[in-house]
Design a protein around this ligand. Sequence first.
Ligand code: KIV
Length: 263
Amino acid sequence: MTVTVHDLRGWKAEGRRWAMLTAYDFPTARILDQAGIPVLLVGDSLAQNVLGYENTLPVTMEEMLHHVRAVTRGAQSAMVVADMPFLSYQVSVEEGVRNAGRFLKEGGAHAVKLEGPQVELTHRLVELGVPVMAHVGLTPQSVHGMGGYRVQGRGEEAATRIQEQASALQKAGAFSIVLEGVPAELGTRITDHLHIPTIGIGAGPGCDAQVLVLTDLLGLSDGKLPKFAKAYANLREEIADAAQAFAREVEAGTFPDPEHSYE
Ligand code: KIV
């Protein structure tokens, strides 16, 4: 049985915490699903982590759809949320509805995620039966805007603005909300105030759920991790070691050996 928005609502009521991870392809989606991760986000961080773009802005609907399809083929129990890419939903409500619909119809996703206070579009999508995960605080699609790529909601005025956005998105029907890059105290305050689950990334331990980018969790990311991210493995090193071990055996003529050859 697939995890539903009702399950997540119930978990908040029970005080049960849960984890969300990004997933971008079939084999990792299958592993994460079988590992019991209840929600997989095909994040637009696909742009940097898989496609090699500098930030999330260039990734297109077609690229996102291609990866959403792979993840939905790999997930049996997890809810799959498709992140709407930059300018696929900000131009008009009509265009936002059409593109969100593509993720459900063509991609097999169960829900979409929208960055920023997209209150009108959230309301319309929910009315049409498209579950919406909201996302406030640091919103990477605004990297070149006033917000930039830094902690948001410092100071009472900024904190109140983010809390009001979160409340408005809940009222519009969002089933959950990502809080990114806000002080821990604000993460807790918004979590206590809302009846929908909050999913923190750099928002402190008071959120109902936490999300990490898979490449950060696995130690695959290049360079220094952001303060809020934690590597639980070092696959970069493991992959390099495996590749070098293979190359050494090929160069030495010890692979393939009789065990790996046909008679
Ligand atoms: O695209 C992404 O990876 C995200 C997470 C940071 C929540 O939106």
